[in-house]
Design a protein around this ligand. Structure first.
Ligand SMILES: Nc1ncnc2c1ncn2[C@@H]1O[C@H](COP(=O)(O)OP(=O)(O)OP(=O)(O)O)[C@@H](O)[C@H]1O
Length: 770
């Protein structure tokens, strides 16, 4: 039997709620059963007594799997069921929710369809004109396990409303979500994903997908839901290789940290570029000029030159001492040894081994010539074997080692960069064609803390220097221990082999026949029970199955290289807005940022609807957007609040007190509040606001879930607040490297109220505020 459109009788609210309560209740019962089963299996796994290293691994893997399963089931508790589709050709309604629940009676239609499954897609994309088989879409609202409301859309092309459609899916549910007060933590949007967002979320995982969208168009939300979608669709591959989300700052990462867990996904690594180098916290601060210079692609050449510069020639003849005999080492000798070190385009630390060998050979030969010269003019008195022994002795001579270390030192990235920054001479040698002013910004005394812009350079240097032989040797040692342990395991297995099946050739196949110690050792290495995210966080050479980059417009060329190295398959989602770029090293067009890195290997999608900023505020921001010179048009706001932004002129002297008073007024309303200030006023304004509102937190220490926060625009990027107070917009513009973009960011953070307090006049670009 098929449902026809006429079958969709508009229920009364009460009957609909009662009916859905029953349907939802049944699904919660099922969720409880699944949870109990997962708990049982977790207990079983933990209760097993592993006897072999292999079974330790299996137990851990089973326990980890059930723990992740439980986390996903727990995450589904709130709002388990949120949608229902009545289809033309399917009798039973299809319920859509946070996870999939199969039907227990072998029914084809599952009890609940995971929002990421193809069967759920019409919930997000069906329209009256293209109904995808859907007669009615119902949004179900629940509180705890109780259904508190439903809203229906009948998808009928003959309905006059269809022609005037806003193009929004589930408009009332959407507007309710958008008007809700914010908590300081981003939430998921599974109930109300819009069609243009859904297309991006479900796009093919292959290749680099770039999403350009104005403020509030849901780029972050879309990127995170896409991550959840890809984890669902390519579960096995991504569980092994891991998924990385790169965001602009720790504050931002805290802001988005709950979204993926709330979608049941716990194994994702969130990081900013500054923390991409394991073991390093780059907290140093530097001028935007030096960050810009360090972010340039030409730094690759600079680092290459800096490395070559450390493969030195002596100023003149060097003298080393071998067994108390002086031996000369000439510039020509050094050239020869260097050529051997560099042959085959070896990386620095690998080449060093060859350089060293060459130096030792040259010195040994010369020493032998001096000592073994036949006084009668015949050939050298030393045999080949003698020469080998001499070389061994030369290799241990301290003066020879000192020479090698001086001419071709073993380098870590940290040492290379520290020495480079510290020495104007080294900087000059590595920066052909640079101006003195550019060189000067690189100079920095040794011992200064690493900055975020140093991280991509350290990573690049790692690539140029090559495997540190010391590190490689340590890894080798570790491996031989494992092989020895594995051999012992095999011996034990062989010893315990049953003897009464000896005649049966097939049964007598012992573990040693199918496994050798090397292989077993490898398997032990694999029995590393950390999640991919945990292992990836500790390993700079880890490559991910997919990488999401948020606020990607801020990445410098060097940062791009660091990120791209982590994803050789180029399966990436890159989201950002080139009108919001604040850093001097960032991008003003995707073409300019990505072409040097990816040539044509990326595709562009756009998001056009602003879900955050009310129309009243966006009208002001649009003029500022025009002033950024980006040529982009402002996204269309989906809602207006009727509340006009306010502007309050004050004198310079009154400013702190006026800001504190306005902040106090705004903080009386429910929700979150941010005071966004030019960097130079951060101290003064935060003191005034904190005095008035003691729960205030400031900049890097900002607790978005607590009281008001005071931030410079740069650090408000990607965040949102119910109310925003922008202080001294003229100075925000003046102080930023791309000041109009900073102001655009500041003005577009509010979901409800915007106030501006300004000393002096407002510029014409803010005329709408007057
Ligand atoms: N389909 C949706 N349903 C409900 N809320 C949505 C939807 N799309 C976006 N939002 C909400 O709109 C707000 C803005 O989204 P988001 O932060 O992802 O935008 P953005 O494009 O990343 O903004 P910015 O460029 O300013 O960083 C968030 O509160 C988000 O939850």
């Amino acid at each position: 039997m098929s449902n026809s459109r006429q079958d969709v009788v508009p229920d009364t609210a009460e009957t609909a709620i009662a009916a859905e309560q029953e349907a939802v209740g049944v699904r919660y019962v099922r969720l409880d059963e699944m949870r109990e089963r997962a708990v049982r299996r977790l207990r079983e796994a933990l209760a097993t007594r592993p006897t072999t290293p292999q079974s330790v691994g299996e137990r851990e893997a089973a326990a980890n799997f059930q723990t992740a399963r439980l986390a996903a089931l727990d995450a589904a508790e709130s709002g388990l069921v949120f949608g229902r589709l009545d289809l033309h050709d399917v009798e039973a309604p299809r319920y859509v929710g946070r996870i999939g629940l199969s039907a227990d009676d072998g029914d084809e239609e599952p009890m609940l369809v995971d929002w990421r499954a193809p069967a759920a897609q019409p919930f997000y994309t069906a329209t009256a004109l293209n109904d995808l088989g859907v007669a009615r879409r119902r949004h179900i609202r629940t509180r705890l396990r109780r259904v508190v409301g439903v809203s229906d859309e009948v998808l009928d092309p003959d309905d006059p409303a269809a022609a005037n459609s806003t193009g929004l899916t589930g408009e009332s549910a959407l507007l309710a979500a958008l008007s809700a007060t914010r908590t300081g933590r981003m939430t998921d949007i599974v109930r109300t994903i819009q069609a243009e967002q859904d297309r991006i979320i479900r796009a093919d995982a292959r290749g680099v997908l770039v999403v350009q969208g104005g403020p509030g168009t849901g780029k972050t939300a879309v990127a995170l839901h896409r991550a959840a979608y890809l984890l669902y669709t390519h579960r096995e591959r991504l569980a092994r290789s891991g998924l990385l989300v790169v965001g602009p700052s720790p504050t931002f990462l805290r802001y988005i940290a709950d979204v993926l867990p709330s979608l049941g996904e716990t194994g994702v690594l969130l990081a900013d570029v500054a923390s991409l180098r394991p073991g390093l916290t780059a907290t140093g601060v530097e001028s935007s000029a030096s960050a810009e210079v360090k972010g340039r692609l030409s730094m690759v050449k600079v680092l290459q030159a800096a490395v070559r510069d450390r493969e030195e020639l002596p100023d003149g003849v060097e003298t080393v001492v071998v067994d108390r005999t002086k031996v000369e080492f000439t510039v020509e000798d050094a050239k020869q040894a260097r050529a051997r070190g560099r042959a085959g385009r070896r990386l620095h630390n690998e080449g060093r081994v060859h350089f060293r060998r060459a130096v030792v050979e040259i010195i040994a030969r010369r020493y032998a010539q001096q000592l073994g010269a036949d006084p009668l003019g015949g050939s050298n008195l030393f045999s080949r074997r003698d020469l080998e022994e001499i070389a061994e002795e030369v290799a241990t001579e301290p003066s020879v080692n000192e020479l090698v270390n001086r001419l071709w030192p073993r380098l870590t990235p940290e040492r290379l960069l520290t020495d480079l920054y510290d020495s104007p001479a080294r900087i000059r040698a590595a920066t052909r064609g640079w101006s003195d002013a550019e060189r000067a910004v690189l100079h920095r005394p040794a011992g200064a803390p690493w900055t975020p812009a140093d991280v991509p350079l350290l990573e690049e240097a790692d690539e140029l220097l090559g495997t540190d032989p010391a590190r490689a040797a340590a890894a080798d040692r570790q491996r031989s221990v494992l092989v020895r342990q594995a051999q012992e395991t095999l011996d034990i297995l062989a010893g315990s082999q049953s003897t009464d099946i000896e005649d049966d050739a097939e049964a007598a196949l012992s573990a040693g026949d199918v496994l050798d110690a090397e292989l077993l050792a490898e398997r032990q290495v694999e029995v590393d029970t950390r999640t991919a995210a945990e292992r990836a966080a500790a390993d700079r050479t880890w490559t991910f199955g997919h990488v999401v980059v948020d606020e990607a417009q801020e990445l410098s060329a060097m940062a791009w290289r660091t990120v791209l190295r982590r994803v050789p398959t180029r399966s990436m989602t890159v989201v950002g807005d080139v009108a919001q770029t604040g850093s001097a090293a960032g991008a003003t067009s995707w073409e300019e940022a990505l072409r040097p890195q990816l040539a044509d290997g990326w595709r562009l999608e756009e998001l056009t609807i602003n879900y955050r900023t009310p129309a009243e505020i966006m009208a002001v921001a649009a003029d500022v957007l025009a002033a950024t010179g980006s040529g982009l048009t402002a996204p269309r706001s989906v809602r207006s609040t009727g509340e006009q932004p306010t502007a309050e002129p004050v004198s310079e002297a009154e400013l702190p007190a006026a800001v504190a008073a306005t902040a106090a007024r705004l903080s009386e309303q429910e929700g979150t509040l941010a005071v966004l200030v030019p960097p130079s006023r951060l101290a003064e304004i935060s003191a005034a606001v904190t005095a008035r509102l003691p729960g205030t937190s400031v900049d890097a220490a900002a607790d978005l879930t607590g009281g008001p926060v005071v931030l410079p625009p740069e650090h408000a990027k990607g965040l949102e607040f119910d109310a925003v107070l922008v202080v001294d917009p003229v100075r925000i513009v003046a102080e930023g490297v791309r000041g109009w973009s900073d102001l655009y960011v500041a003005l577009t953070r509010a979901t409800r109220s915007l106030a501006v307090v300004h000393p002096g006049d407002l510029p014409p670009e803010l005329a709408k505020l007057r």
